[in-house]
Design a protein around this ligand. Sequence first.
Ligand code: HEM
Length: 231
Amino acid sequence: MATSTLPASTDRRRSSILLKTIMAASGLFFIAFLLLHMYGNLMILSGREAFDEYAEHLRTFGGAMVPERGALWVMRIGLLVALVAHVGSAVVLWRRAGAARSVRYQVTRRSYGNFYVKAMRWGGLAILAFVIFHLMHFTWQTVTIGEAHASPAARVIDSFSHWWGVGIYVLAMIFLGLHLLHGIWGAAMTLGLNTSLERAENIRLTSIVVTTLIVVGFLIPPFAILFGLVK
Ligand code: HEM
């Protein structure tokens, strides 16, 4: 019986492309969430009441049509599914690249270390660690910066009245910015959007604009609070 390794390697290539597409799609979902979250956070610039009202609105969104926190839970489940898909695909691709590299090492004994690939992996893990810290800080309130408060606005204002509270979030935004910058570019490549030099230039520009918008937008409230512009 004639056997060939070609179908197996073709299958593997196809499944790697599928995993990269899953990473791109879940990444785009995260970006939509980040833009909405960033916009919501800017409400703090309108004062404590506006922000508390917005936080309350998140819980009652959908009115009588859905149970309290119903829409919030739909979003949370969506984020969790996207997180499992994104991290799961990354781990499988990571292991495959590692296995392929160990074969290459035996053949050539040369290192193919790639700065961007490493930065995406370790940066992604740093963002994951930040998200866990962030949920403990604002959602579960098991970690406090400053004092504990019943009002979401008071929690945010107290946290960012401390320079080190701002420092933690600045560090996280640096990791997030680097991840987004290369992630948007990579997602566009996976989705085959770079069909010409001009398009590649547009993708590069889009990744810079979206990343800047998210990072600057997220950092405006902490710095406005630190400099006493929000009381
Ligand atoms: C300076 C940056 C940020 C600030 C000030 C901030 C602030 C907040 C606050 C106040 C809440 C709690 C909202 C409530 O009262 O329920 C929250 C929830 C959350 N934030 Fe952020 N956030 C920031 C950045 C981020 C980033 C970068 C991510 C993701 C990478 C993120 C993901 C989340 C998630 C998943 C929740 C939980 C939503 C829920 O299930 O209730 N945040 N954030």
